[in-house]
Design a protein around this ligand. Structure first.
Ligand code: HMG
Ligand code: MG
Length: 315
């Protein structure tokens, strides 16, 4: 029997040669820690992330301190920790009180957030999806008029801890509304890390059919070890924006069992090995992960954080 050799498809024909990483460890990471990290520890972590070359960092949340006491020092942190030239600091903002607090600190960017599933949205922000969109229609346009950039999150896109499967149409409807309100980019969250690659392909293709690729980012939690596989699928389809958390720290306190975002070191290691530029220095990023571990006071789960870098090609 003769075996015919067929040409292999070029999987990465659409993939970009450069990606942008949006670092969430000071917010998504620290919000989920059982201990409250002192302000100077948060500043050390942010400084180390900047030194590693990260240019977009979500540093805190202007949410209710009763709901997330870990980030109750948001004003002080944002007021006194200024980004150097070329770096943007952002923070979560759920409502007009949050916007008022953000504006008072001089921060350049905020992120509004909601879920594609009704039950998670209710548990996380104490409102229905429609009421949350109503709140955002009252805060996003004034925030933009005041000179802020506004990013949006849609959570539970890959699945909800309370309702199970979530239809991509529900996420798309919300994402389009947030873009209409003026959000420059929507980060699609696999909040509980249940996404798998074919599902990711379907979701990303559905979004690509409705909006330009730079309008959305992937925010993959690595709860079940599939975050990088999902990132790779996104990359193959041309996605250029990925959220990540140094050391893999994080999770949503209102999503039971949620673990951290894809570790920034793992993401940068993979991108570097594939020749995709990130602007991040991996050795300094590993240092930042060590700072995160010292500040948090427990071992962090990131793979490259634990194993160290490996030079893929001889120098
Ligand atoms: P509420 O209790 O319904 O709020 O909470 P309210 O409007 O009824 O106000 C009650 C009290 O809270 C009032 O004070 C308000 O002033 C105060 P009182 O009169 O009782 O003294 N309050 C605030 N204080 C400070 N800052 C504020 C604020 N708002 C009200 N902004 C609220 C509603 C949305 C505030 C609450 O549910 C909340 O803070 N939720 C946030 C939960 C959260 O942070 N979850 C984690 C982040 S989301 C996530 O991790 C997912 C993501 O990573 C993407 C992914 O992974 O998919 C983004
Ligand atoms: Mg998250």
């Amino acid at each position: 029997m003769t075996t015919e050799r067929r040409p292999l498809p070029d999987l990465f024909a659409c993939s970009p040669d450069r990606v942008s990483i949006y670092e969430v460890s000071p917010r998504d990471g620290l919000q989920n820690e059982s201990v409250v990290i002192p302000l100077h520890g948060k500043r050390r972590l942010i400084d180390a992330l900047v030194a590693a070359g990260l240019r977009r960092i979500e540093i805190t949340s202007f949410v209710s301190p009763k709901w997330v006491p870990q980030l109750a020092d948001a004003e002080e942190l944002a007021r006194d920790t200024k980004p150097p030239e070329g770096v943007t600091f952002s923070a979560l903002c759920p409502n007009s009180k949050g916007l008022e607090r953000a504006l008072a600190t001089g921060l350049g960017e905020i992120a509004v957030f909601m879920s594609a599933s009704e039950t998670h949205n209710q548990k996380n922000v104490n409102k229905s999806i429609d009421r949350t969109l109503g709140v955002f229609s009252e805060i996003v346009p004034p925030a933009i008029e005041a000179g802020l950039k506004v990013r949006g999150y849609v959570s539970t896109v890959w699945g909800c801890p309370y309702e199970g499967p979530v239809s991509p149409e529900a996420s798309l409807r919300i994402a389009k509304k947030l873009i209409e309100l003026g959000c420059y980019q929507i980060s699609l969250g696999d909040t509980i890390g249940v996404g798998t690659p074919r599902q990711t392909r379907d979701i990303v293709q559905r979004f690509l059919g409705e909006m330009p690729v730079e309008r959305f980012a992937l925010h993959m939690h690595d709860t079940r070890g599939t975050a990088l596989a999902n990132v790779l699928v996104g990359l193959e389809l041309g996605v250029r924006d990925f959220d990540a958390s140094v050391g893999g720290v994080g999770g949503c306190p209102y999503a039971p069992g949620a673990a951290g975002n894809v570790a920034t070191e793992d993401l940068v290691f993979m991108m570097q090995g594939m020749g995709v530029e990130t602007g991040v220095d991996l050795d300094k990023l590993i240092e930042a992960g060590n700072v995160a571990e010292q500040v948090i006071g427990r071992p962090l789960p990131g793979k490259v954080h634990k194993s160290g870098a490996f030079k893929l090609r001889p120098a």
